[in-house]
Design a protein around this ligand. Structure first.
Ligand code: F0G
Length: 458
């Protein structure tokens, strides 16, 4: 008999999580104005709101916390992190920031001007937010396959070269300050980009003299998929694959809360000395001095270890295959999910799951709420609510996909939790035809409304 898979770690510390009754949850979610971001974590049993900053650190990372150097300038922890970032990414210049969107804020303050066009593959909402906040436009050039959850494609995070070149040709080149390549592509379902595609996009960018920046929050998971799915990479180490990916770009922004394996942190790494110099000014203004940028010394030390651990195959196998374990169970139950299963989360296809709920009534949100009420599981809508209104017309933007994301924190839950989630969804799926109405928005912010929006049940 073939031996089953077992994780390459054991658990040293546990944290209790609270169970609750469906009755309690019905009351709590109403009090939270039907916004899952408004719920206290004690009211959640399995928290799949995000994989961002919610994972477990290793004993080595915790050990590093104790030797953190909290000097304002030039701390040992900073130098350790700087060295690791150079070793792993190959980029020469490095600026710490307190998280990923802060890295975007600093870098885009240098690069993005009013009227600019920033192409990419389904930009994450903060990335898009930071572009639109500067009165520039994010143009999505993701391949079409990404928008059909049933299509099997190994690299749904790829950029469509034709779409990208069309953007390059439709606008004056000086209006396109750079492109953002998000690896893995969160908004498309945690889907990876292939090395071939990254290489081709890089070549096209060079041809038009446009810099390529990676949104690298989940770069290690992307490298794992390349190793598993792309010919020629099956025997390469993750660290070699990562190095090659970054060799095709000019720089990166990083939310270290994902593949940095820390609870808070981020950075910018890049090759252009002039962009770096300008970015230091904004870093000091928004984040802190350039040798800490909003991070504690101890956290920079833990991040240095985290980057090293997240680029090891054994860790990535346990991480990505746990997500696949849950995803494959759901597929076997007939539950509609983005396929193949992504690196960090399950993306439920709400258009197929609850087609009877009108889109104007936020069917993705309705499904996310049902999952909470039935199982105490908190996910997040990645659909019309998240897509915000068009900045000019103020009309709802209806994205191609209406998804509910169940993100799996790293090294945090066991496969028993995955089974619990799977059965909860199976049960909801079996009664899905009963759901006919959704929710109305009663209050919302002008940008990034999903965090604070209030709903009423129809
Ligand atoms: N880029 C990507 C691809 C992300 O997924 C995120 C955050 C960011 C940038 C911003 O980083 O949160 O550190 O400021 N994603 C989280 C999520 C919030 O739940 O997917 P941040």
């Amino acid at each position: 008999m073939e031996l089953p898979y077992a994780e390459p770690y054991k658990i040293k510390m546990v944290e209790s999580i609270k169970r609750s009754t469906q009755e309690e949850r019905v009351k709590w979610i109403k009090e939270a104005h039907y916004n899952l971001f408004n719920l206290d974590s004690d009211k959640v049993f399995i928290d799949c709101l995000t994989d961002s900053g919610t994972g477990a650190m290793s004993d080595k990372q915790w050990g590093e916390m104790m030797v953190g150097d909290e000097s304002y300038a030039g701390s040992r922890s900073f130098l350790k992190l700087k060295k690791t970032v150079k070793e792993i990414t190959g980029f020469d210049y490095f600026l710490p920031t307190h998280q990923g969107r802060a890295a975007e804020n600093v870098l885009f303050s240098v690069l993005v001007k009013e009227g600019d066009i920033v192409p990419g593959n389904s930009h994450f909402d903060t990335t898009k937010g930071h572009i639109e906040f500067r009165k520039a436009t994010a143009v999505d050039c993701t391949i079409d396959e990404a928008f059909d959850t049933a299509v099997q494609h190994p690299f749904k995070g790829n950029i469509d070269l034709k779409k990208l070149e069309n953007v390059f040709q439709a606008h004056p080149i000086e209006k396109i300050p750079f492109i953002v390549f998000t690896i893995t592509c969160n908004s498309a379902g945690g889907q990876p980009a292939s090395m071939k595609n990254i290489k081709e996009v890089s070549a096209l960018c060079k041809q038009y003299n446009i810099p390529l920046y990676f949104d690298a929050a989940r770069f290690s998971e992307n490298a794992y998929f390349i190793r598993k799915r792309e010919a020629g990479y099956e025997h390469r180490s993750i660290k070699e694959i990562v190095k090659e990916i970054f060799s095709y770009g000019d720089g990166m922004t990083m939310s270290a809360k994902k593949d940095g394996l820390v609870n808070m942190g981020g950075f910018i790494a890049l090759n252009d000395a002039s962009v770096f110099k300008q970015a230091t000014v904004f870093n000091i203004m928004f984040e802190g001095f350039i040798t800490y940028g909003g991070m504690n010394g101890r956290d920079m030390g833990a991040l240095a270890i985290g980057l090293d651990e997240s680029t090891e195959f054994d860790y990535l196998e346990s991480r990505v295959e746990q997500v696949a374990y849950l995803g494959n169970k759901l597929v076997s139950y007939g539950v509609p999910v983005q396929q193949p299963i992504g690196g960090h989360a399950i993306f439920l296809d709400a258009n197929k799951f609850v087609p009877n709920i009108p889109r104007e009534e936020y069917r993705g949100q309705a499904l996310a709420l049902e999952i909470y009420v039935v199982g105490g599981i908190r996910g997040v809508e990645i659909g019309t609510v998240l897509a915000d209104r068009d900045p000019k017309t103020r009309e709802n933007r209806y994205p191609a996909l209406e998804l509910v994301r169940l993100a799996i924190p790293r090294r945090t839950y066991t496969n028993n939790h995955m089974d619990f989630i799977a059965v909860t969804l199976k049960n909801i799926y079996e009664t899905r035809n009963l759901a006919k109405t959704g929710y109305n928005i009663v209050e919302e912010a002008p940008i990034m409304r999903h965090f604070t929006v209030k709903f009423e049940k129809i």
